[in-house]
Structure formats: structure tokens, C-alpha cells
Design a protein around this ligand. Structure first.
Ligand code: SF4
Length: 446
């Protein structure tokens, strides 16, 4: 089954949120995102790794390498790592001849090791030249990412933009037209600022910048269509580094068009700041039905793990109920009722065990990624929260009897105690997974 077929299966498995509310007096409004903004579906790549972005397909996770693309070994290793972590598209920098020359070799090496994730080439300033001079690169990439703010300047802009679009048409590739706050089309911005200044009541300069972002993306897309690139080969993005501006810009892009949309907060930053800012911005837009593919632009720690951005995208999509990737472990934050670290250790060990077991479980237990596990610290919320999970354990808090009730499918199933409690709980979890997702359960359902 290729990636596109997996997406189709996933889309049909997603429970449709009923619209509207219960009749007055019978219950609260049903929680859920707004219906997805309708966009034209874009297939990126061919064969096993192909994915569909937009057109109602599940929201796609993507990432970007930070290796020098001319370093073939390093780039192959990082693309493989990102793809194995779950990135469905991987972008690589194509900034000079050596990088463009490396791209077909990277594609070939990845295919040889069974990593078929589509590669996206990131071009700035000289994309037209690199794509023309390196046809094998143009062919090996599944998508070209260009920025209308730096594709060319003055009279050269249209020629260079047209050259890139012609290459995309020739090789049957997708193009992401990605406007960016940091490299906004100066000519367009100046024009809009001048027009605004003539108004009896000029609008705020920041609002003009937002409008310039929207127009930069939309007019470039329209130009690409005029040049012959079909709409089902165009994806738009308009990235800004401030959360409220980003939300405003994407709302407007969605309101004015039906191009497939790539969401991301540019320069989100490091650590918790980057995660929180990107999650807030992307989360609000997804909730409004906007966004077909997402990327977290996180700054890794020096030598840090690049796959964090993939995990962040997956966790956002899963916690918001759009897709499922890995069983979720709900754990309470702990408080003065948990003076020992037992429950923190158990929550961590269970989470790590699940993550490391997933590659094997995915093959043996289809659907296991939808499992919910709860690890709670004491009797206050423990039994209640554990009952909401598929399988939950409520550990003893300070002063409580040293026993841990386990709840399965909402009912108390047993009580664990003693030094082997963590191992015993793992056994209970794996038995549950086998019963519910194993081959026996599948044959019984057939
Ligand atoms: S479940 Fe118990 S230990 Fe956990 S935060 Fe609530 S009161 Fe504290």
C-alpha cells in the first residue's frame, strides 16, 4: 500500500463530526473543528511515497533537513531519519550547483534503502538557473518551493518565475509558492504602501504588510496558472513569525482562494517558545478548517534531534483529533499528593516503551495508534481519568494504600501492587493490545 492509498484509507476512517448542536436542552454543542476549507487536491510524488495534499486528504506532516545538500551521506541519513519518524514530505535546500548535482544521487540512494518520501527542493534567487542547468535535479524532486519575494527582481522577476514554472510543467512537478514575511516582495509592498497613503484614512502599516503577503502568494499562483501550471499542482503558503499576523494572513488566503494550503509559523524559535507559538498559530487555523499540510519551523539545539519537528506535527494533529500516529499516554502533572517519582517514572517508561514498540506494533496490530493510555498519580482524578482511557492505572498517592487499580474499557479490571508494578502494567497493556488489535480480533471481526 503506498502513502496515497494509506491516506485514502485514513480519510475514510476519520469519524465525521456531526454538524450543529443537539436540540435545545438535550446537551452541549458538539466539540469539533469547523468543516475543512475546500481546496484542490495536489498529488506530490509518484509511486510508493506519493501523498495528496488538500482536496480533503488527511493533513500531511512535513519537515526540512538542515544538512548541506551537497553532503550526500549526511542528507540521505537525515532524510531517512525524518521519513522514518513519520515525515511524509521532506524539503532540502538547493542553493548552488553542488547541491543541485547531489539531488538525483540523494533520491537514488534513498530509493535503494526503501525510503520513498517525496523530496521538495527549496530554491531562492537562482532556482530558475539551477533547475535549467541540472535537469536530473529537476526530475528527481517531487516539488519545487519558491518564494515570490526573491525569485527575481525588477524586469528579471517574471522571466525567472516563468522559467521555474515551465520546468515544473515539463517535469510534471508541484510548486509551492511560499511568501515569507522576511523576504516580502518589495515592489508589491511599496505599491500597496503608496496606495494606502493616498487613502483619506490610511490603514495600519502592518495591515498593509499582511495584505502584501496575501497578494504576493495569490497573484504569483494566478501567474503560474496563466503560464499553464494546473491548480492541482500548486500549494500556497504565507509564513509570518507573529502568531496573530499569521492567523490573519492565512484566513485571508483561504477566504480568497481554493489552492491547497501549507501552514507554518516561520522562525518559530527554540524550545518551548517555538513549540508553543507554532502550536497556537497552526492549531487555531486547523480548528477553523484551514491547512492541508503543516510544518513546525523549530530551531534545534546545537546537534539536537531534527525529528522533534515531525513529532510536534504528529502530536498536534493527534491531540486535535485529526489523525492518529502513536498511542497517547495521558498523565497527570503530579502535585503535593505525589511526593515519590513513581508515577513520573511509570508515565515516562510507558511512553518510551510505546514509542520504541510502535514500528513492530504497526505491522502486527493495525489500528493500535488509536489506543489511549492513562497514568495517574493519585485517587483524586486517577480512577476517573483512567476510566476515560482504553486502559488506565491510578497509582497510590502519598498516604494512600500502596495499590494501583487498573481500568480497562472504563471498568476496574484488577489491582496491581509491589515492586513489579511497572512490568505488570506493561503486560496488561500488551495483552489488551493483542486482544483488541491482534490477528485473533481481526479474524473474529471478519
Ligand atoms: S491526580 Fe492526584 S497526583 Fe495527579 S495532579 Fe491530580 S491530585 Fe495531584
Amino acid at each position: 500500500m503506498n502513502a496515497s492509498e494509506r491516506q485514502t484509507m485514513e480519510a475514510s476512517a476519520v469519524t465525521t463530526q456531526p454538524e450543529g448542536t443537539f436540540p435545545t436542552g438535550t446537551g452541549p454543542e458538539i466539540a469539533g473543528p469547523s468543516p475543512r476549507h475546500r481546496t484542490v487536491g495536489v498529488t506530490v510524488g509518484t509511486g510508493e511515497g506519493a501523498v495528496t495534499v488538500g482536496g480533503g486528504a488527511p493533513i500531511v506532516v512535513q519537515s526540512m533537513t538542515n544538512t548541506d545538500t551537497a553532503d550526500i551521506d549526511g542528507t540521505v541519513a537525515q532524510v531517512a531519519q525524518l521519513a522514518r519518524a513519520g515525515s511524509e514530505l521532506v524539503r532540502i535546500t538547493v542553493d548552488r550547483d553542488e547541491a543541485a548535482a547531489a539531488v538525483p544521487k540523494i533520491r537514488e540512494r534513498l530509493d535503494r534503502i526503501g525510503v520513498h518520501v517525496p523530496l521538495v527542493g527549496d530554491f531562492h534567487y537562482i532556482g530558475h538557473k539551477l533547475l535549467s542547468d541540472h535537469p536530473a535535479c529537476a526530475e528527481a524532486l517531487a516539488k519545487y518551493r519558491i518564494n515570490p519575494g526573491n525569485v527575481g527582481f525588477k524586469e528579471k522577476k517574471d522571466v525567472q518565475f516563468s522559467t521555474i514554472i515551465e520546468q515544473a510543467i515539463r517535469y510534471g512537478k508541484t510548486v509551492r509558492i511560499g511568501a515569507n514575511w522576511g523576504s516580502l516582495d518589495e515592489a508589491l509592498l511599496t505599491h500597496l504602501m503608496d496606495e494606502n497613503a493616498k487613502l483619506p484614512r490610511p490603514i495600519d502599516a502592518r495591515a498593509v504588510m499582511r495584505e502584501a503577503m496575501v497578494q504576493s502568494a495569490l497573484t504569483s499562483a494566478e501567474r503560474a496558472v496563466e503560464l499553464g501550471l494546473p491548480k492541482d499542482r500548486i500549494i500556497l503558503s504565507a509564513k509570518v513569525s507573529a502568531v496573530q499576523d499569521l492567523i490573519a494572513v492565512y484566513r485571508e488566503v483561504a477566504r480568497r482562494s481554493d489552492y491547497a494550503i501549507h501552514l507554518g509559523l516561520t522562525e518559530a524559535g527554540m524550545g518551548s517558545k517555538g513549540l508553543v507559538a507554532a502550536s497556537a498559530a497552526i492549531g487555531v487555523l486547523l480548528q477553523e478548517g484551514i491547512g492541508d499540510t503543516i510544518r513546525y519551523s523549530l530551531t534545534p539545539e546545537p546537534g539536537g534531534d531534527r525529528t522533534v519537528e515531525v513529532k510536534a506535527s504528529q502530536e498536534l494533529l493527534q491531540t486535535m483529533g485529526f489523525r492518529t500516529f502513536v498511542p497517547l499516554v495521558a498523565a497527570c502533572p503530579g502535585c503535593g499528593r505525589t511526593t515519590s517519582t513513581t508515577f513520573q517514572e511509570l508515565a515516562r517508561d510507558i511512553q518510551n516503551w510505546i514509542v520504541t514498540s510502535m514500528p513492530e506494533w504497526k505491522k502486527r496490530y493495525p489500528g493500535v495508534e488509536g489506543l489511549n493510555v492513562a497514568v495517574m498519580g493519585c485517587i483524586v482524578n486517577g480512577p476517573g481519568e483512567s476510566k476515560h482511557a482504553d486502559i488506565g492505572i491510578s497509582l497510590p498517592g502519598t498516604g494512600e494504600t500502596p495499590t494501583a487499580p487498573v481500568f480497562i474499557d472504563g471498568k476496574k479490571a484488577m489491582t496491581l501492587r509491589g515492586a513489579t508494578l511497572a512490568k505488570d502494567f506493561e503486560t496488561v497493556v500488551i495483552e489488551y493490545i493483542e486482544r483488541r488489535f491482534g490477528s485473533g480480533a481481526r479474524s473474529a471481526a471478519e
